[in-house]
Design a protein around this ligand. Structure first.
Ligand SMILES: C[S@@+](CC[C@H](N)C(=O)[O-])C[C@H]1O[C@@H](n2cnc3c(N)ncnc32)[C@H](O)[C@@H]1O
Length: 483
C-alpha cells in the first residue's frame, strides 16, 4: 500500500493553517540535496535575539515532536495509547518513532479514507517528507555490499538486525490487541519501521530545552560546514531559525545549518546519507575483541563501561588512537589485574575489577592513566600497540579486498547499485583507507620506539631467558610421550 504524498505547492497552506511563519525562507528543490530552505530576501546577521525581526522561520511550540508530544497524543488517541503503553516509554527515539509509525500507517490508509487515528498537524506534514532517505538502512542489498570492509559494514548489519528485532517485538506485543493485530497482518511492514527510523535519525535535532525532537519546517534545512543559520528556542518555547554570526545569504540562496562539525564520514553517511566534502574530519571507529586465548576476555567485556571500540583519527596534530579498552585487553593477572565477585546490599552479585589491589570497576575509562605510574607501563603500551596494529592490518586487508565489489565487477543491470550509493561508498572507503594507513604507519614507528626503551629491552630479555630455561629443562613426561 502506497504512502500518500503532497506536492510542495501545498506547503504554504499547511504552514499558514498551523501558524508556522516562513518570514524569510521558502522550501525549494536544491540540486543534489532533495528539498532545502531558500532565502526570500537578502539575509544578514543583525543580532542574536530570538525575538528580533531577523527570525527566518518560527515554529510554534505545540508542533514540536518530542517525548512530551507523544505522551499527550497517547491521552487523546486510544488506539495509539494501546501501542504506546505496550511498546513505548523506553527511549525518546522509540517514543517518537512510534508516533511517526502511527502517522505512516494512517498515510497508507489515506486512499481508503479510513480514519484510524486522531489527526494531528503531522498527519499532513509527513506527506511532504521524502519516502527515500539515502542512508544505508534504505539501500538495496547490492548497494549495502559496497560498504564491505568499511567501518560501516558491521554497524549497518547490527542496525538492520536491531530494526527487525524491534519491529518483530512490537508485532508480538500487540498480537492480543485486535485493532493492532489486524494492522500488522494487513497494512504494516518492517519497511514502515525502517522509514520511521530514517526520518528520526536524519531529521531529529537537539533543542536546548525540549531535548531530542523533530521540528516541522526546520527539518527542511540542509547541512553545511559554513552554515548560515542556527536554531534556538525563544522565551515562549517556539523554535526559531536565526542568521549565524557574520552570515550573509542573498535572496534565492540556500540557508543551511550545521548537523555537527565533528562527525566522522561514517557517522554522516550512516545518519544523513551523505559525506560532506568540506569536512576535515578523518576518523573511524573499529570494534576490538578480546584476545582469543584470554581467559579473562568475557569478564573484561562485561566490566568495561563503554563500547569495546577504538576511535582512530588523522588530525593536523598527527594520528590519535588512544583507548582505555585496549589497555584492559592487554593486562593480565600477573600484571596486577584481577576480578572478584561481590554481593551488593540487595543481594545482587557484581563483577568487581581491581588494579594493584585497588578497586577500579567504575574507572575502566581511566585505565591508561592508572597504569602510567607502573614500572612496566612502556611494556603495556607495546602490547596495546601490537594488538591495535594487528587489528588495523586486518581492517586494511578487508577494506582493500572489498574494493573489488561494485566498482570493478559489473552487477546485473536489474540490481545495479545507484551511482550516488557507489560514490558515497567509494568516498568512505578512500577516507577510511587514508586513516588506516596513517595509523598503521604511526603504530609501526611507535612500536620501533618502544622496542628501544630500556625497561622494554630488560623485560623482553628476562622473558627470553625464562623461555630458554624452560626449553632446556627435560619435560617430565618426555619418555612416556608417544603422541
Ligand atoms: C534534515 S533533512 C533536510 C531536508 C531534506 N533535504 C529533504 O529533502 O527533506 C536531512 C537530509 O537532507 C539531505 N542533506 C542535507 N544536507 C545535505 C548536504 N550538504 N549534501 C547532501 N545532502 C544533504 C540528506 O539526505 C539528509 O538526510
Amino acid at each position: 500500500m502506497a504512502h500518500s504524498e503532497l506536492p510542495l505547492e501545498a506547503f504554504p497552506a499547511w504552514a499558514a493553517l498551523n501558524s508556522v511563519e516562513f518570514a524569510n525562507a521558502e522550501i525549494r528543490n536544491v540540486e543534489g540535496k532533495g528539498l532545502g530552505l531558500v532565502a526570500k530576501h537578502d539575509i544578514t546577521d543583525a543580532g542574536h535575539d530570538a525575538s528580533s525581526s531577523q527570525v527566518i522561520i518560527r515554529i510554534p511550540q505545540d508542533l514540536i515532536l518530542s517525548t512530551e508530544t507523544v505522551e499527550v497524543y497517547a491521552k487523546i488517541d486510544r488506539n495509539f495509547k494501546q501501542l504506546f503503553e505496550i511498546a513505548g516509554h523506553q527511549s525518546t527515539r522509540i517514543d517518537i518513532m512510534l508516533y511517526l509509525f502511527t502517522h505512516i500507517i494512517q498515510s497508507k490508509e489515506a486512499s481508503s479514507n479510513t480514519r484510524l487515528f486522531v489527526p494531528t498537524p503531522w498527519t499532513e506534514y509527513i506527506k511532504f517528507l521524502p519516502q527515500y532517505i539515502p542512508i544505508p538502512t534504505m539501500w538495496t542489498n547490492e548497494e549495502r555490499q559496497l560498504l564491505k570492509g568499511t567501518s560501516l559494514e558491521a554497524a549497518l548489519s547490527a542496525k538492520l538486525s536491531a530494526l527487525s528485532r524491534e519491529f518483530n517485538q512490537i508485532s508480538e506485543q500487540v498480537s492480543d490487541i485486535p485493532f493492532w493485530r489486524d494492522l500488522f497482518w494487513d497494512t504494516v511492514t518492517v519497511e514502515d519501521w525502517i522509514l520511521a527510523d530514517a526520518w528520526y535519525r536524519s531529521r531529529c535535532l537537539e533543542l536546548p530545552r525540549a531535548g531530542h525532537a523533530m521540528v516541522p519546517g526546520l527539518d527542511m534545512a540542509n547541512h553545511s560546514q559554513t552554515h548560515s543559520a542556527y536554531y534556538d528556542e525563544s522565551s515562549d518555547g517556539d523554535v526559531v531559525l536565526l542568521p549565524s554570526s557574520g552570515s550573509r545569504v542573498l535572496s534565492g540562496g540556500e540557508i543551511t545549518i550545521s548537523y555537527g562539525q565533528a562527525k566522522s564520514p561514517a557517522e554522516m553517511l550512516f545518519s544523513y546519507g551523505f559525506i560532506d566534502s568540506d569536512s576535515s574530519v578523518k576518523e573511524l571507529t573499529l570494534h576490538i575483541a578480546p584476545l582469543p586465548d584470554d581467559p579473562l576476555g568475557g569478564a573484561k567485556l562485561r566490566v568495561y563501561n563503554g563500547p569495546p571500540t577504538v576511535r582512530l583519527s588523522l588530525t593536523e596534530q598527527g594520528v590519535q588512537w588512544n583507548n582505555p579498552f585496549l589497555y584492559l585487553l592487554v593486562l593480565n593477572e600477573e600484571d596486577g589485574l584481577s576480578f572478584r565477585i561481590a554481593q551488593d546490599t540487595s543481594g545482587e552479585r557484581q563483577l568487581v575489577l581491581f588494579w594493584q589491589d585497588e578497586e577500579i570497576t567504575d574507572r575502566t575509562d581511566e585505565l591508561e592513566t592508572l597504569v602510567q605510574s607502573h614500572d612496566l607501563y612502556q611494556v603495556f603500551k607495546l602490547r596495546a600497540v601490537a594488538v591495535l596494529e594487528e587489528r588495523v592490518a586486518m581492517q586494511l586487508d578487508r577494506i582493500s579486498s572489498g574494493l573489488s565489489y561494485g566498482v570493478t565487477e559489473q552487477p546485473q543491470a536489474a540490481n545495479q547499485p545507484r551511482a550516488e550509493c557507489m560514490l558515497a561508498a567509494e568516498t568512505l572507503r578512500d577516507l577510511e583507507t587514508q586513516v588506516l594507513q596513517g595509523v598503521a604507519e604511526a603504530l609501526e614507528n611507535e612500536k620501533a620506539r618502544l622496542l628501544l626503551d630500556a625497561r622494554v629491552v630488560t623485560y623482553l630479555g628476562s622473558m627470553e631467558d625464562a623461555q630458554n630455561e624452560q626449553a632446556s629443562e627435560p619435560a617430565a613426561n618426555e619418555e612416556d610421550d608417544f603422541s
